[in-house]
Design a protein around this ligand. Structure first.
Ligand code: AMP
Length: 215
C-alpha cells in the first residue's frame, strides 16, 4: 500500500505504520525518525535540523524534500510505503505531487488520524522512545512500559524521553501542527483522497484502512 498518514504528534502514526507494514511488506518512512538519526550521528543534515526540532519548529522544506527524494527511490519502497510525518506543509505536499508524478507512483489514500488534544497531550507526556536510532521503539509509561524500566525490550538500549517531548515543546508542536499541517486535510479532501478516521485505538484505525483498501 502507498499511504500518507496525517495526524498531530501523538495521534498514533508511528504505531499504526508499524502494524500496517506487517500486513504487506510496505516500509514506514518517518521523516522524524530519519532526522533524529541524523542528529544522533552528527551529520550535516542533523546539524542543520537540530535547533528547529528541539524548539518544536518544522525543519525547512528544502531539507525535507532532499531526504524524501532520495528515500522514495530506494528499492524497498517498491512494495509500498507509509509516509509518517510527511508532508507537513502545503509546499511539501505540492512538491510531493511533482516528485510522485516524476517517479510514476500513485498514492492509494491519505489517512487523517483524528484524536482529541487532551488525549494527544497525555500520550506525548507519557511517551518514551528507544534511544537507538536504528530501533526507535515507542513505549508509554502508563500503557506500554518496557519490561525492565528504562531499557528497550527489543535492543537493550536506554529508553528516554525525547527532548522535544517536554510540556513546552509539545504545546509548540501541537500549535505548529494546527497552523501548518492541519490545512493538508482539505488539500487532500479536494482531491478526493482523504480518509478521516476518528479513533483513539490503533487496531480500529488499521481495520478501517484495510476495509478501505479492500484487504
Ligand atoms: P515527528 O517525530 O514526526 O513528530 O518529528 C519530530 C520533529 O522533526 C518535528 O517536530 C520537526 O521538527 C521535524 N520534522 C519531522 N518531519 C518533518 C517534516 N515533514 N517537515 C518539517 N519538519 C519535520
Amino acid at each position: 500500500m502507498k499511504l500518507i498518514l496525517l495526524g498531530a504528534p501523538g495521534a498514533g502514526k508511528g504505531t499504526v505504520s508499524k502494524l500496517l507494514t506487517a500486513l504487506d511488506g510496505s516500509v514506514q518512512i518517518s521523516t522524524g525518525d530519519i532526522l533524529r538519526g541524523a542528529v544522533k550521528d552528527g551529520t550535516e543534515l542533523g546539524k542543520k535540523a537540530q535547533a528547529f526540532m528541539k524548539a518544536g519548529d518544522l525543519v525547512p522544506d528544502d531539507l525535507i524534500m532532499g531526504i524524501m527524494e532520495e528515500r522514495l527511490q530506494q528499492p524497498d519502497c517498491a512494495n509500498g510505503f507509509l509516509l509518517d510525518g510527511f508532508p507537513r506543509t502545503i509546499p511539501q505536499a505540492e512538491a510531493l505531487e511533482v516528485l510522485l508524478d516524476r517517479l510514476n507512483i500513485k498514492l492509494d489514500a491519505v489517512v487523517d488520524l483524528d484524536v482529541p488534544r487532551e488525549v494527544l497531550l497525555d500520550r506525548l507526556t507519557t511517551r518514551r522512545t528507544c534511544s537507538n536510532s536504528d530501533c526507535q521503539e515507542i513505549y508509554n509509561i502508563k500503557s506500554k512500559p518496557p519490561k525492565v524500566e528504562g531499557v528497550c525490550d527489543k535492543c537493550g538500549s536506554p529508553v528516554i524521553q525525547r527532548d522535544d517531548e517536554t510540556e513546552e515543546a509539545i504545546s509548540k508542536r501541537l500549535d505548529t501542527y494546527n497552523e501548518k499541517t492541519a490545512p493538508l486535510a482539505s488539500f487532500y479532501e479536494k482531491q478526493g483522497k482523504l480518509m478521516k478516521v476518528n479513533s483513539t485505538s490503533s487496531d480500529a484505525v488499521v481495520a478501517a484502512i484495510k476495509q478501505k483498501l479492500g484487504m
